[in-house]
Design a protein around this ligand. Structure first.
Ligand SMILES: *Cc1c(COP(=O)(O)O)cnc(C)c1O
Length: 338
């Protein structure tokens, strides 16, 4: 029996998201923070978690100057992307290249999706984007700003144009906003009812906990709560997320270190002949080189794992900002390969 024949056609042609697990000494491939939380506190493991994650949502509401009813928690923001697409369906629109899960989840759910290429500065191509909004009338538009994997933020006025022109929901994915000088779009929620802000704790030290959340109008969240699985966020993650967010001073100083390391890394990379780093507002740097495959392999031989963007942006590699020592190791190794 060939199981493939039983699978829905849209799933059959899909490829599983490949999260590489390559053993290495210096891990700079997945945009994780090099800094984590050490304390492991116990929780009541015999009881189900709080299905509404009340303590966490209350705390987040306070931090973002909104109400708990405007916050929805997810098992990572990935789950919220899935929940959005399940609730509202397609067409789904996003720029390319961008975070791959927008397209993968759309296809898995059998929803129509389209990617509109970014312009030569990796900014939104407003003309083509607005044309696509007119012709396709998307229910959902995903804008990751700062964008993964290019690292830049999109122009605020271009994002606003899209929000204003769209009759559907526009999700500004601020997974990397903590590393950027740009203002968050959260205050604009007051003005635009079709705006949703997506956030995650994954890139600021809690990737292992799987905690994502979104801020939106209550009507949007009420509909999504119909499809969200009741106990989607486990007790340990809820508790550790609350404890860590309460000690946010520590997180802030680590974020500052990462941002200053990013600037140093960028300046050092610019000096290396044969590689061209792109400016970044995130915790990673995308760079172009004619020898991308060779550099990727040579770095791995030296125990340093970065991300090869082959198939997404040709001739590009992406390095996550690590600790000062990890970054030095990366720089030393790359200088010896080019
Ligand atoms: C990493 C990432 C996410 C997913 O984060 P999780 O909360 O870990 O699921 C969402 N959006 C973008 C742009 C990302 O890079």
């Amino acid at each position: 029996m060939d199981i493939k024949n039983l699978v829905k056609p849209n799933i059959r042609s899909l490829r599983a998201y490949h999260a590489e697990e390559i053993p290495c000494r210096v891990k700079l491939d997945a945009n994780e923070s090099p800094y984590g939380v050490k304390a492991l506190k116990t929780v009541k493991t015999n009881r189900y978690p709080d299905p509404e994650a009340k303590a966490l949502r209350r705390l987040l509401a306070k931090q973002f100057k909104t109400k708990p009813e405007n916050i929805l928690h997810g098992n990572g923001s990935d789950e919220l992307i899935q929940c959005l697409i399940t609730t509202f369906g397609g067409p789904v629109l996003f720029p390319t290249p961008t975070f791959s899960m927008y397209g993968i989840i759309s296809q898995a759910q059998g929803e129509e999706s389209a990617g509109i290429p970014l312009d030569e500065k990796f900014d939104l191509d407003t003309d083509n984007f607005l044309k696509a909004i007119k012709s396709r009338n998307p229910k959902l538009i995903f804008l990751s700003s700062p964008n993964n994997p290019t690292g830049n933020s999109f122009s605020e006025d271009r994002i606003l144009k899209i929000i204003r022109q769209s009759k559907g929901l526009v999700i500004v994915d601020e997974a990397y906003q903590a590393f950027s000088d740009r203002k968050s779009f959260v205050p604009l929620l007051k003005k635009y009812q079709n705006l949703i802000i997506l956030k995650t704790l994954s890139k600021i030290g809690l990737a292992g906990l799987r905690v994502g959340f979104m801020i939106a109008y209550k009507d949007v969240i009420d509909e999504m709560n119909k499809v969200r699985l009741p106990f989607n966020l486990n007790s340990l993650s809820q508790k550790l997320a609350v404890e860590t967010l309460k000690k946010s001073a520590l997180m802030r100083s680590e974020i500052k270190t990462i941002v200053s390391e990013r600037k140093r890394l960028f300046n050092e990379m610019k000096k290396i002949y044969g590689i061209e780093p792109y400016p970044s507002d995130a915790n990673f740097i995308l760079f172009r080189t004619e020898k991308s495959d060779k550099i990727y392999k040579e770095l791995l031989k030296r125990g340093i794992l970065i991300r090869n963007m082959k198939g997404i942006i040709e001739g590009c590699l992406r390095v996550t900002v690590g600790t000062p020592n990890e970054n030095r190791a990366f720089l030393k190794a790359i200088k010896s390969t080019v």
